[in-house]
Design a protein around this ligand. Structure first.
Ligand code: PNS
Length: 162
């Protein structure tokens, strides 16, 4: 049984993230989406909100579960008896950071490998931050976010802007 961990901030989950989760679920027996709790960035959504949105979006994928984690990713991977980390690569600009992360993790835990999936070209430009920026100014996010997630982002900015 091969378990893979797909970690991230997911503030919020985008259609690009979903694409990686779905494809990972077709490759691995079990995929755990790991939502980082102690992010240095100040997130728009609480970790509980981010986990709930991911659970809603992935409810049609039976071998996917969502958990939050804090501390080192490697510890979370080991706690779940996994040996693979999945990350999405959008463009060459992601590569340097992703390589650094993967190499650091490999030094800390040589038994754990990072596997990169190239994102669907449809979502190559997409990030949570750009999707949030569109929503913040009242733009249409339907090409970037699941409808339920888009509504939560809209509501969040309505509350913030009040
Ligand atoms: O979606 P993101 O924000 O690019 O994800 C980054 C993430 C969560 C994968 C990374 O920040 C992480 O693994 N954080 C946990 C702390 C850790 O283990 N860092 C790596 C060693 S420097």
């Amino acid at each position: 049984m091969q378990t893979a961990i797909y970690p991230g901030s997911f503030d919020p989950v985008t259609l690009g993230h979903y694409d990686i989760i779905k494809r990972s679920s077709e490759i691995f027996d079990r995929v755990i989406v790991g939502v980082l709790r102690n992010s240095a960035k100040s997130p728009l959504f609480s970790v509980e909100e981010r986990v709930k949105m991911l659970e809603d979006v992935t409810k049609g994928l039976p071998n996917v579960e969502v958990q939050s984690f804090h501390g080192l990713l490697i510890d979370f991977v080991r706690q779940n008896q996994a040996r693979v980390i999945v990350r999405g690569l959008r463009a060459i600009t992601d590569f340097e950071y992703e390589l650094q992360l993967a190499q650091m993790n490999r030094v800390i835990a040589p038994e754990i490998d990072t596997v990169f999936l190239t994102t669907n070209l449809k979502y190559a430009y997409l990030s949570s931050s750009t999707a949030k920026e569109v929503a913040m100014y009242g733009g249409d996010t339907s090409a970037f976010l699941d409808p339920g997630v888009a509504e939560k982002v809209r509501n969040k900015y309505m509350a913030v802007n009040k």
